[in-house]
Design a protein around this ligand. Structure first.
Ligand code: GAL
Length: 945
């Protein structure tokens, strides 16, 4: 049977398709957006807005409509995204607005579902995105300093030009040029390509040609949006823009140039005539014409820098990102809901979840240092596009509660009425007139909404207000849209919990575990029984390598077209050295002053040591033999730095000296040695990961008993699992590398294990959250599963290519289907009636009294899934939690049959929690209904039943 959610999904898809057909049609009656001290004003009306952060390139276009629909259903009015400059302009002047970077399509899909868009152009975005969104070519502009007024935003001066001229003459013949891009370390190596020089000449003589790259890009985006009629005044969804990003955090480091830059950026943005307000986040000196906004875990105390601006919360970090080798952060929803409710309680008016859907850093888009491929962010919609419960459901209820208060919230012009209810308890009342809070309503006020907060982290406190008493759990806010009834409390989660699973792609070998658990390998679930391999050479491999005396900066050489840069040199060792070491019983030491992100040291073809970190020193013993020794250093980036001042100077690879110490006649300084440079991997140049280029390498079969080998390419083919459930590749058996499916970069993988300690079994939502508070995965790899979007698969013969650096085991790679397996909920008969009741006509027309309406339990499986079994149901006094429920002394005999009847075989169901449904199993006892159910795909369910 098709459940509601499935039908809903189909309707949304149809509606989108219909609207899509007339894509140029306006999505709204054109409307103006402005603001005052209280709120954003849309079409003349103040609004309380809920926004959902979704970054379009962190999903695929096929996923976008579903993600937007889940945001809307979850209560969002707005979608917020950054614009990713380096994705759109990977090569200077060459733009990409296709596929995952089709931002116009994304904006139109948002409009077609009736949502608004907050477009954060940056174009610096931070975002745990490679280089914070800056195109890497930007750092090659002579003398450039990002994000300040002095250089990049002005045409180049005569001095720059003369310098370039000088270097181009002295450095032109230093290397051969190769298909892999050329090194040109302007100030370090004096190497410059002739074409670059020509470009600079053009820039110099045609001042308008160089312009400011930032302005050029921002203007391009604004113009493109205008052309597509995407601004609100054109009937499009864009209601807000953003220029820069958290510049206030680092502004001080730029001195006067920083201050001028803020003004320049603001003026530049406004000069583009976009016709909607611009925001600068974390920018307390934002000019009067731009709204400064808050980014943090809590923003309820935030006030903008002028009375004329409303309080906007552009980034509510409702989770946090993970780094390789780190624990996985989670933010409890009770705390997140508390933070949001407090924000609106204390005068906030626009709130955005960063992230509502985090998604995936596909390919090499992850930022640094060391950010993982998954950007799940513990968001309400998970990396795969499935609802993360109870987060999504609880926040949905919160949004509905806030929306019920919207008329009162916008009606109050100045501060709400404030009542101190206790030492750590307070009420804010939004009403059309003064309210005597000792008495119950109605008084002579037509609208009244109240927020009651208990910020005590330990105690439940009962407070007296509106002639009644209200019990407030610790660290919680109760919302009373009518200054009488509590419709929601942030700490009381009545929504379902879902336990996801990753199952074998082959149904007959299903092997499930709970969230966060690692699947035990089961030989029948592996993706393939036949693998082919190709060995990647160590050191220089091609005629595009070049030799240079000294150490070149990593990014100046690679231009970030690859993570990898090989540095090879020779060291001559005399027999005196050998005797010296033997006598002393020591090895010589290789020292590097500083390196990032990963360096691997090879001596005479063998891996001798590796180091991981951000600008860490290396001091490693190496084994050298008499005569000539090959020393190869492989410098690897794992996502370019995305945060901080002077990003253009941060670079990658090595800093300071590289030397070998402990020789008889003193150290060998390798900093001035002759080094051979090779950018990237042979397999990368040959594009071994694309289906079209399979002939370009001599792939050979892998023997099942072959020893796991490092620096190896592997490939196999596989069939897509049936159905529509999202898919994960389990790479837990591998070491470090990258994976591609049908030529699409799935991302970097790395089985780096998180520290053993620092995770707790129980996450206490009470008290201020920080990113280390409720972490998981201690002692386990930070990431083992990698999202393979369905969009990139065909039914059969999909090509999986893997480049493995450290020697993993491809035989144990498996394909998993990601879906919700177990759903649980517990609702008390004393819980609040469903929020939808308040807008129900029977209630509005006073046919029903809210006090007579019983609470409901809502259960729901993923789309395409149904409840196949009720594994626990008890109305009475059940104890325990999801997957550990047990019956209490009081239990209604009808529990299982009532719930089974209502739910089994359906995608979603509702059960009213009251004696009327189950009979009263124990009088004068407060009862709860606890249910645990299993979800199964419709096809499997139909096959079985
Ligand atoms: C903010 C930044 C975001 C993101 C976030 C952490 O400071 O504006 O882009 O990096 O931190 O996830």
């Amino acid at each position: 049977m098709l459940g509601f959610a499935t039908i809903h999904g189909v309707i949304v898809a149809l509606a989108v398709a219909v609207l899509w057909a007339g894509a140029s049609a306006a999505f709204f009656e054109p409307f103006n957006v402005s603001y005052d001290h209280r709120a954003i004003i849309i079409g003349g009306k103040r609004r309380m807005l809920i926004s959902a952060g979704i970054h379009y390139p962190r999903a695929t276009p096929d996923m976008w409509p579903g993600l937007i629909a889940k945001s809307k259903e979850g209560g969002a009015d707005v979608i917020q995204t950054y614009v990713f400059w380096n994705g759109h302009e990977p090569i200077r002047g060459q733009y990409n607005f296709e596929g995952r970077y089709d931002i116009v399509k994304f904006a139109k899909l948002i409009g077609s579902q009736g949502l608004y868009l907050h477009l954060r152009i940056g174009p610096y975005v931070c975002a745990e995105w490679n280089f914070g969104g800056f195109p890497v070519w930007l750092r090659d502009i002579p003398g450039i300093v990002f994000r300040t007024k002095n250089k990049p935003f002005e045409p180049i001066g005569i001095l720059d030009y003369l310098m370039v001229l000088y270097f181009s003459i002295t450095g032109l013949t230093l290397h051969s040029s190769g298909a892999f891009g050329d090194p040109h370390d302007l100030f370090g190596s004096n190497v410059l390509r002739f074409v670059d020089f020509l470009m600079y000449t053009l820039d110099f003589f045609n001042i308008t040609f160089v312009k400011d790259e930032m302005q050029k890009f921002v203007k391009k985006i604004v113009d493109m949006m205008k052309q597509e009629n995407l601004f609100s005044w054109q009937g499009g969804p864009i209601i807000l823009l953003q220029i820069e990003n958290e510049y206030g955090n680092i502004e001080g480091q730029y001195g006067q140039g920083g201050k001028e830059y803020v003004k320049w950026a603001a003026d530049m943005a406004l000069s583009l005539d976009a016709g909607v307000p611009w925001v600068m986040c974390r920018q307390s000196d934002a000019p009067e014409t731009i709204i400064d906004s808050c980014n943090a875990f809590y923003c309820d105390g935030f006030r903008p820098n002028s009375y004329r601006k409303p309080a906007l919360w552009t980034e509510d970090w409702n989770g946090w990102y993970a780094s390789w080798g780190g624990r996985v952060p989670h933010r409890p929803v009770e705390d997140n809901a508390f933070a949001v409710a407090r924000f609106f309680q204390r005068g906030g008016s626009f709130h955005n979840y960063y992230m509502f859907f985090g998604g995936t850093n596909f390919g090499r888009t992850a930022g640094g240092p060391l950010q993982t491929t998954s950007y799940d962010y513990d968001a309400p919609v998970d990396e795969y596009g499935l609802l993360a419960q109870p987060k999504w459901g609880h926040l949905k209820d919160l949004h509905a509660a806030i929306k019920l208060c919207e008329p009162a919230l916008v009606a109050v012009d100045d501060a709400p009425q404030y009542v101190k209810l206790g030492s750590m308890q307070e009420a804010h009342i939004y009403s059309s007139g003064f309210v005597d809070t000792r008495k119950s309503l109605p008084q002579n006020v037509s609208i009244c909404s109240a927020f009651l907060a208990n910020i005590d982290e330990r105690k439940t406190v009962t407070v007296q207000i509106f002639g009644g008493s209200y019990s407030l759990p610790p660290w919680s806010v109760s919302i009373l849209p009518d200054c009488k009834h509590v419709v929601f409390n942030t700490a009381k989660v009545a929504t379902q919990t879902s336990i996801k699973t990753v199952e074998s792609a082959s149904p007959s070998f299903s092997n499930t575990t709970g969230t966060g658990d690692i699947i035990l390998y089961d030989k029948d679930t592996y993706i393939s029984k036949t693998w082919m391999t190709f060995h990647e050479p160590i050191g220089a491999w091609g005629d595009n390598s070049f030799t240079y005396q000294g150490i070149l900066e990593h990014l100046n050489v690679t231009k970030d077209i690859s993570d990898y840069l090989w540095y090879s040199t020779r060291i001559n060792i005399t027999d005196e050295d050998i005797t010296f070491w033997e006598e002393k019983g020591i090895y010589p030491l290789l020292t590097i002053d500083k390196t990032r992100d990963v360096v691997r040291i090879f001596v005479n073809g063998h891996l001798s040591a590796s180091q991981v970190g951000k600008w860490v020193p290396v001091k490693e013993p190496i084994h050298l033999v008499q005569g000539s020794n090959d020393l190869v250093l492989l410098s690897e980036t794992v996502g370019l730095q995305n945060y901080g001042a002077f990003l253009e100077k941060d670079g990658a690879g090595f800093r300071g000296q590289i030397k070998v110490s402990g020789l008889k006649n003193g150290d060998i300084d390798l900093s001035d040695a002759l080094w051979t440079y090779q950018v990237g991997l042979k397999g990368e140049l040959a594009k071994l990961y694309t289906p079209e280029n399979q002939e370009s390498a001599d792939w050979i079969d892998v023997q099942p008993d072959s020893i796991p080998s490092s620096f190896t390419w592997y490939k196999t083919t596989f069939d897509a699992p049936e159905g529509d459930d999202p898919i994960a590749l389990d790479l837990g058996s591998m070491g470090k590398g990258q994976a591609w499916v049908n030529g699409h970069g799935i991302g970097r993988y790395w089985t780096l294990v998180a520290p053993k300690n620092g995770c707790r079994d129980y996450c206490d939502y009470r008290g201020a959250y920080h990113e280390n508070k409720c972490t998981t995965n201690c002692g386990l790899p930070t990431q083992s599963w990698y999202h393979v979007p369905r969009e990139w698969l065909q039914a059969s013969n999909n090509l999986l290519v893997i480049f493995e650096e450290t020697g993993g085991n491809p035989w144990k790679i498996s394909l998993r289907v990601h879906s919700t397996l177990t759903i649980c909920a517990r609702v008390w008969e004393t819980d609040y009636p469903p929020l939808s009741t308040w807008s129900h006509p029977d209630f509005v027309n006073r046919k029903n009294l809210i006090d007579e309406i019983a609470p409901e339990m809502h259960l729901r499986c993923d789309e395409g899934h149904v409840i196949s079994a009720i594994t626990f149901a008890s109305y009475g006094t059940p104890s325990g939690s999801c997957r550990k429920f047990s019956q209490g002394k009081c239990h209604a005999a009808s529990s299982l049959s009532v719930v089974t009847e209502a739910c089994q075989g359906r995608n979603n169901c509702t059960v009213t929690v009251s004696n009327r449904t189950f009979g009263d199993p124990c009088r004068r006892t407060t009862k709860a209904l606890a249910v645990e159910a299993t979800c199964t795909s419709i096809t499997r369910y139909q096959n079985v039943s």
